[in-house]
Design a protein around this ligand. Structure first.
Ligand code: NAD
Length: 512
C-alpha cells in the first residue's frame, strides 16, 4: 500500500475533488456507525449540516436519540470482552494499519474537514497527517500498556499492572475535529478500551470517515462506534450510560460542568480538555521578529478557533508601540478566503451562530473602552459565508470582557505591562489555565515565569510545539487531567496493585 500522502496545491483542483468527496454526504443521510455498520434508524430525525463558506447544505445527518446511544454503548460493552484480550502486539498492527489508511485517505480527509469546519486547507493537511502520527505513536505503545512496576520489600513484593477501564466515551468539538478525535481515541484503543465517539454536531463528517477507516483496518465490530446528534441528547446519554467507564471531553468549560453532573450517578471517571484565554507575554529583550511571528501565528492560524490560541498579548510597555504596530501590519495582510484555497490563511468561522458570537465582541470592546486597531467587521465582500476580518484590539485592560472571555475567533487583545510581577499578575488574572507563551532572552526570568504562570502548558520562545509523549492539559477551568504518552494510559487504564508474600512474615493470629 502506498502510504505517502499526496495533496493537490491548487484551489480549482481542491474544489473539484472536495465536491466528489462530499457528494456521498449529500446523496444520503449520514447515520451512526454501530457495531461496524452504518445505522439510520427508522423515522430518524435529521439536521442539516451547513457549509461555512456559503451556508448551503452539505447534507443531512441523523440527530440521534438516547436509544441509539444505548445501542452503541451496548455494542462497545460486548466488543470490550474480545478487544481487551487482543495482545498488545496485535493491537499495534491494527492501529498501524489504521494509520496507513489515514495517510492513504489524507487528501480526502483534509478536503472534507476544511469544507465542513472552514479551517484553511493548509492546516487541515497537516492535521490529517498528525492524525496518522497520533495512531502510530500510540500503536507502538500498545504492547507496553499493561506494564507495571515491581516494588520489592523484605517479606512482600508489590507489583502493579494496568488493565483497560472498559468501554469509554469520547466527545469532541468542531474546531479541529479529525485531529482531536484521533488524539483521544488512539490511546483508548491502544490501552484495550472500546470506544463510543460523539462528534460535534457542527462538523460531523470526518468522524464518519474515521469510523469507516476503523472498519477497514481490521478492527473487530463494536470496538469503535460513532453516534451523531446533539450534546444535550446523545452526548448526555453517553455520559450517563452505566456501561461507559470513563468520558474524555474536549469542549467548553461549561460542557465539562454539565458532564460532571450527568456522570455523577454512575461515578464516571472524567478527562476534560476545555477552554482557554491564553497569554503570550513578550518582554523587551525578546527576539522581536520571532516573537512577532509566534504572536500572529498563535491567534490567527486555525481561524483563532484553537484552545491553545494566544488570545491575550501581554507586551512590555517600553516596546509596546513598536511591537503592536508590527502586529498590525501583519494582521492587515492576512489572507482571508475560501478554506480550500491553498493561499488562504484565515477561513470562514464554523457556523453563523459562532460568527455572531465572535462579532458581538466588536461592540463589547467599544462599549468597554478598547480601540479596534484592525478589523472589527464581518467580511461580507467575501460572499454569504461566515467570514470575519482578523481583529486586533488595543488600549485594553485585563478587566474588559475581550480580555476575560474565550472569543474563539481570529481576535487578539493587546495589553501592556511594566515588569515581571505585573506580567505574572495579568497572566494569572483569568479563570482559565491552559497554555502560556513566554518570550524573553533572560533564562532566569523564563524559568521564574514558567513556575509562576498558572497554566498546564508553557512554551518559552516558541509557538505551540507538540511532543506526543509530553503531558497536554490545563489547570483551573481549562481542564482536568493530562494526556500524551503514558499520561493517556493513566486515564484509560486501571492501575492494580498485587501484594505477594514471600512466606516469611508473621500473619496476625486471632481466636486461639
Ligand atoms: P462544546 O462544549 O459546545 O461541544 C463539545 C462537544 O460536547 C460536542 O460534541 C457537543 O455536542 C458535546 N456536548 C455539549 N453539551 C453536552 C452535554 N450536556 N453532554 C455531553 N456532551 C455535550 O464545544 P465546541 O463549541 O464544540 O468547541 C469549542 C470549545 O472546545 C472551546 O471552548 C475550546 O477551547 C475547546 N477546546 C479545548 C481543547 C483543549 O485541548 N483544551 C481543544 C479544542 C477545543
Amino acid at each position: 500500500m502506498d502510504t505517502s500522502p499526496g495533496f493537490a496545491q491548487n484551489f480549482t483542483q481542491n474544489k473539484e475533488k472536495a465536491g466528489l468527496f462530499l457528494r456521498r454526504f449529500q446523496d444520503q443521510v449520514t447515520g451512526h456507525i454501530i457495531n461496524g455498520e452504518m445505522v439510520v434508524p427508522d423515522k430518524a430525525e435529521v439536521f442539516t449540516n451547513l457549509s461555512p463558506t456559503d451556508n448551503t447544505s452539505l447534507g443531512n445527518v441523523v440527530a440521534g436519540k438516547a436509544a441509539d446511544m444505548d445501542q452503541a454503548c451496548e455494542a462497545a460493552a460486548r466488543a470490550f470482552v474480545q478487544w481487551r484480550e487482543v495482545p498488545g502486539a496485535q493491537r499495534r498492527e491494527i492501529l498501524h494499519t489504521f494509520a496507513d489508511h489515514i495517510t492513504q485517505r489524507a487528501e480526502e480527509i483534509a478536503l472534507v474537514e476544511a469544507s465542513d469546519c472552514g479551517q484553511p486547507i493548509r492546516f487541515m493537511q497537516q492535521a490529517a497527517i498528525r492524525g496518522a502520527d497520533n495512531f502510530r505513536f500510540f500503536a507502538d505503545k500498545a504492547p507496553e500498556a499493561e506494564n507495571g512496576q515491581a516494588l520489592y520489600q523484605a517479606e512482600h513484593t508489590n507489583f502493579t499492572m494496568r488493565t483497560p477501564v472498559g468501554p469509554v466515551g469520547v466527545i469532541t468539538p468542531w474546531n479541529t475535529p479529525f485531529m482531536l478525535a484521533t488524539w483521544k481515541i488512539a490511546p483508548a484503543l491502544a490501552a484495550g478500551c472500546t470506544v463510543v465517539h460523539k462528534p460535534a454536531e457542527l462538523s460531523p463528517l470526518s468522524a464518519c470517515l474515521l469510523a469507516e477507516i476503523a472498519r477497514d483496518s481490521g478492527m473487530p465490530d463494536g470496538v469503535w462506534n460513532m453516534v451523531n446528534g446533539f450534546g444535550e441528547v446523545v452526548g448526555k446519554r453517553l455520559t450517563e450510560h452505566p456501561a461507559i467507564q470513563a468520558v474524555a471531553l474536549v469542549g467548553e468549560s461549561s460542557t465539562g460542568s454539565h458532564i460532571m453532573r450527568q456522570g455523577a450517578d454512575t461515578l464516571k471517571r472524567v478527562h476534560f480538555e476545555l477552554g482557554g484565554k491564553n497569554p503570550i507575554i513578550v518582554f523587551d529583550d525578546a527576539d522581536f521578529k520571532r516573537a512577532l511571528d509566534a504572536v500572529v501565528f498563535m491567534i490567527y492560524s486555525l481561524n483563532g478557533q484553537r484552545c491553545t490560541s494566544s488570545s491575550r498579548l501581554l507586551v512590555q510597555s517600553n516596546i509596546a508601540e513598536d511591537f503592536i504596530q508590527a502586529v498590525k501590519a501583519r494582521v492587515e495582510k492576512l489572507r482571508v478566503g475560501h478554506p480550500l484555497d491553498p493561499a488562504t490563511e484565515v477561513g470562514p468561522l464554523v457556523h453563523t451562530g459562532h460568527l455572531e458570537k465572535v462579532c458581538s465582541y466588536f461592540d463589547i470592546a467599544r462599549q468597554d473602552g478598547a480601540k479596534t486597531l484592525v478589523g472589527g467587521t464581518k467580511r461580507k465582500d467575501l460572499g454569504p459565508g461566515n467570514y470575519v476580518a482578523p481583529t486586533l484590539f488595543v488600549d485594553a485592560d485585563n478587566h474588559m470582557r475581550i480580555a476575560r472571555e474565550e472569543i474563539f475567533g481570529p481576535v487578539l487583545t493587546a495589553i501592556t505591562f511594566d515588569d515581571e510581577d505585573e506580567a505574572v499578575k495579568l497572566a494569572n488574572d483569568t479563570v482559565y489555565g491552559l497554555a502560556g507563551y513566554i518570550w524573553t532572552e533572560n533564562t532566569g526570568r523564563a524559568m521564574r515565569m514558567a513556575r509562576d504562570v498558572e497554566a498546564g502548558m508553557l512554551w518559552v520562545n516558541s509557538e505551540n510545539n507538540r511532543n506526543l509523549p509530553s503531558p497536554f492539559g490545563g489547570m483551573k477551568m481549562s481542564g482536568i487531567g493530562r494526556d500524551g504518552g503514558d499520561y493517556s494510559f493513566d486515564f484509560y487504564m486501571e492501575t492494580k496493585n498485587v501484594c505477594v508474600a514471600h512466606g516469611t512474615h508473621k500473619v496476625p493470629v486471632l481466636g486461639t
